[in-house]
Design a protein around this ligand. Structure first.
Ligand code: MN
Length: 288
């Protein structure tokens, strides 16, 4: 099952990606919600029911003619891991962390496939980071590691855009400030159900900047895998349906290059993960 959120004149609408079209879930079954987050909250049975109803959906969008939002455009939480790839921690000169390094983004960071990354006037060092994003299906607190993967609804391609001057050069190293500028969390193009991803910890992940490969790794390099991450963070807060977990980035980020590579207006960034598709976004200057 593959889900997207389409921008329409009636607001964001949940659609299934079915036979080359985006089929409006609520038009296929009027008892089902028009929000992907609400569909996830209803559980896997409702998602299967929605998928089975796809042939009856009478509101259909041609992918060429609609704008996508992030698959879950309104999550309650966006939780992110820093330094979670062995090879990336080595690249930045940071020690392999003994416990997960956590930060977060606000929902105002979210944009979808083909959305524009706005480069803020106040940053001169905006960097890219390819990431696997896990989407929570079932909520819970103190989730046991052995059952943690049952709480994942699916996966999407993510991009953790990062203003390094704000992340690293402000008093106290304020990761939140550097990571949560508006538009700094492209996610998409779609949410792919966990049942279609046999092993999330063995997926090729790549990032291309204007066609040139800058990151090329595999999620088998993750230091803290999803089951451990979910068990760890659910000690702190309650996970809710639709929450997003950005799992960290592999090596090759712009700041590790000599000289460093920063995003500039007109740059096209593509993040590709095996089985999840390609997320493409263009950078624009603030106010442009
Ligand atoms: Mn990151």
């Amino acid at each position: 099952m593959r889900w997207v959120t389409v921008e329409t004149e009636f607001g964001p609408r949940a659609c299934g990606v079915w036979q080359g079209e985006y089929v409006d879930v609520n038009s296929a079954d009027p008892e089902l919600p028009s929000s992907v987050r609400e569909l996830l909250a209803l559980g896997s049975e409702a998602q299967h029911r929605a998928w089975t109803a796809m042939p009856r959906g009478f509101v259909r969008h041609d992918p060429a003619n609609v704008r996508l939002l992030a698959p879950v455009p309104d999550p309650r939480k966006i939780v992110c891991l820093g330094l979670n790839y062995r090879d990336h921690a080595i690249e930045t000169g940071a020690p392999i962390p003994p416990e997960p390094v956590l930060f977060n983004k606000f929902p105002t960071t979210l944009i979808g496939h083909e959305g524009q990354i706005v480069l803020p006037e106040v940053s001169q060092e905006v960097d890219y980071e390819a990431e696997l994003v896990a989407v929570i299906g079932r909520g819970g607190k103190h989730i046991p590691r052995a059952r943690a993967m049952e709480y994942v609804a699916g996966y999407a391609v993510g991009h953790d855009v990062s203003a390094r001057d704000w992340q690293l050069n402000k008093p106290g190293k304020q990761w939140l400030a550097g990571k949560t500028f508006d538009t700094f969390a492209p996610v998409g193009p779609m949410l792919v159900s966990a049942s279609e991803v046999p092993d999330p910890h063995n997926l090729g992940i790549r990032l291309r900047l204007n066609g040139e490969t800058m990151q090329d790794s595999n999620t088998n390099q993750l230091i803290f895998r999803l089951d451990e991450v979910i068990a760890y963070i659910s000690q702190i807060f309650t996970l809710e349906p639709g929450d997003l977990i950005f799992t960290g980035t592999p090596p090759g980020v712009g700041m590790a290059h000599k000289p460093p590579v920063w995003l500039k207006p007109g740059d096209v960034v593509e993040v590709e993960i095996d089985g999840l598709g390609t997320l493409r976004n263009t950078c624009v200057r603030h106010g442009a």
